[in-house]
Design a protein around this ligand. Structure first.
Ligand code: C2E
Ligand code: CA
Ligand code: CA
Ligand code: CA
Length: 277
């Protein structure tokens, strides 16, 4: 049995080695990904559920590596946060998304918001607000068409710097939303003091609407509480009619998900389409 144990251990550590080699490769390749133009943005529509019109687009990063292939953001974003590379990567995302939204406006489309995911690490940079100001100036986008999405983890960083930054962004006219709401530990009333404009209900709850009653109870409660606190609500991950009908019945303000459209490169979006179903 001793031999057996050793053999098991060997297999296990080899697996670990392979994992850490892959991780190191990702870390290394991330450094040159921007200059080699391997990164791009896809955009996913966010629909106003009252009139079925496009109200915003969420920018989602895509990394297509020539040898490693497509690497999902859920995998490389956490690594880039640990190494600090998220700061330059995030700046590129913000610039590209704002420039794209300005381009849509210049093409004569009715103005919509562009929603950009911001890592907690980015928001903690001393010059984050200055970076946002610069990017709005460089791209010519009005601040009211920019929305920053942060996760509840931001609220664990309960610092003066954070409060100041959120306040300054608000003054600028940028809106703020809480992403993946319900997966963290925050209560809506706690969120309220940071004056977030919107919350996005995590898609795991939306997915449960068509499966069980808990999903319905949870989403309905989040919507009504958010409305009481004067926040608007976006439901993420809407995939079918049942979910949509339920959310509309509960007066959810906006929706996003494969039902309306998958994330696509800007060139493949037809903004003249009214998302009527
Ligand atoms: P997220 O911000 O919650 O983005 C929504 C994710 O749900 C996206 O995955 C999107 O493709 C997916 N999705 C949208 N509708 C549906 C649906 O109906 N069904 C299902 N099953 N999925 C749906 P994606 O693009 O793989 O992004 C994953 C996560 O990576 C994002 O979650 C976000 O946390 C992070 N991320 C993506 N781009 C960026 C970025 O530019 N900066 C930062 N900091 N994080 C990013
Ligand atoms: Ca998001
Ligand atoms: Ca989300
Ligand atoms: Ca997520």
């Amino acid at each position: 049995t001793k031999k057996h144990k050793i053999a098991q251990y060997t297999v296990y550590s080899e697996e670990l080695d392979q994992q850490s080699v892959y991780r190191l490769t990702i870390e290394r390749e991330l450094k040159s990904a921007l200059t080699k133009q391997e990164m791009s943005l896809h955009y996913q529509p966010i629909i106003d559920l009252k009139n079925n019109r496009l109200s915003a687009m969420e920018a989602l990063i895509r990394w297509n590596h020539p040898e490693l292939g497509f690497i999902p953001p859920d995998f490389f974003i956490p690594i880039s946060e640990e190494t600090g590379q998220i700061v330059s990567l995030g700046r590129w995302v913000l610039y590209t998304a704002c420039a794209q939204n300005k381009a849509w406006q210049d093409q004569g489309h009715p103005p919509i918001k562009i929603c950009v995911n911001i890592s907690t690490i980015q928001l903690q940079q001393l010059d984050f607000v200055q970076t946002v100001i610069e990017i709005l100036e460089e791209t010519g986008l009005n601040a009211k068409w920019l929305e920053l999405e942060v996760t509840e983890s931001i609220l664990l960083v309960d610092t003066e710097l954070l409060k100041n930054s959120l306040h300054q962004l608000k003054e600028l006219g940028v809106s703020m939303s809480i992403d993946d709401f319900g997966t963290g530990f925050t209560s809506l009333s706690y969120l309220r003091q940071f004056s977030f404009d919107r919350i996005k209900i995590d898609r795991s709850f939306v997915g449960d609407i068509s499966k069980d009653l808990n999903g319905k109870a949870i989403t309905a409660t989040i919507i009504s509480l958010a409305h009481t606190l004067n926040m608007t609500v976006v439901a993420e991950g809407i995939e079918d009619d049942t979910q949509l009908a339920f959310l509309q019945g509960k007066k959810c303000d906006e929706g996003q998900g494969y039902y309306f459209g998958r994330p696509l490169p800007a060139a493949l979006h037809d903004l003249t389409t009214v998302y009527k179903k």
